[in-house]
Design a protein around this ligand. Structure first.
Ligand code: FES
Length: 172
């Protein structure tokens, strides 16, 4: 559900629920924002205001964390999120070729979302598992030692899971 379709009262209730799971401690802010992003697929401004209210923290502090970490996005992202590491260890193992392949196949540039909202592609400087490089994450799942040939299988897995969940929703 996107924030645009969620009434403000429900939004605050949802945020209160997430904050309640961790407690309104500043040290829990990153985990709270991760859950908020998981729910909305990005960090909408209204949700950040609701987090500030629920945690009784200044909005500037919430924005400070939300904009500091690359894992957070303030823009809507696709239903499927592909992230290619282009940090040094992955770069020397041809990560740029993986990015080129995904950009060509998806018809978008890194940092963009496909017109149908299905896939967002981004690059990051390090995913913290350099030994697995070149490394790509698809919806949070790590695909290590990535090659151009493996990209199509990965995307097939990603979109197949999507089709399975759509079938399940249609059957419900
Ligand atoms: S440089 Fe790619 S995971 Fe560290």
């Amino acid at each position: 559900m996107t924030v645009a379709t969620e009434p403000k009262y429900d939004l605050q209730s949802k945020i209160d629920e997430i904050v309640g799971e961790y407690g309104a401690k500043p040290t829990a802010l990153i985990m709270i924002l991760q859950d908020v992003q998981k729910h909305y697929r990005y960090l909408p401004e209204d949700a950040l205001r609701a987090v500030a209210k629920s945690m009784k923290l200044p909005l500037a502090q919430i924005y400070g964390v939300a904009t500091f970490y690359r894992t957070f996005t303030l823009k809507p992202i696709g239903k499927n999120h592909i992230c290619v590491c282009t940090g040094t260890a992955c770069h020397v193992r041809q990560a740029v070729v993986i990015v080129d392949k995904l950009e060509r196949d998806l018809g978008i540039r890194a940092g963009e979302t496909t017109a149908n909202g299905e896939v967002s592609l981004e690059t990051v400087n390090c995913l913290g598992a350099c030994a697995l490089g070149p490394l790509v994450t698809a919806n949070g799942i790590y695909y290590g030692n990535m090659t151009v040939n493996k990209v199509e299988k990965m995307m097939s897995d990603v979109l197949h899971k999507k089709r399975v969940s759509e079938t399940t929703e249609e059957a419900a």
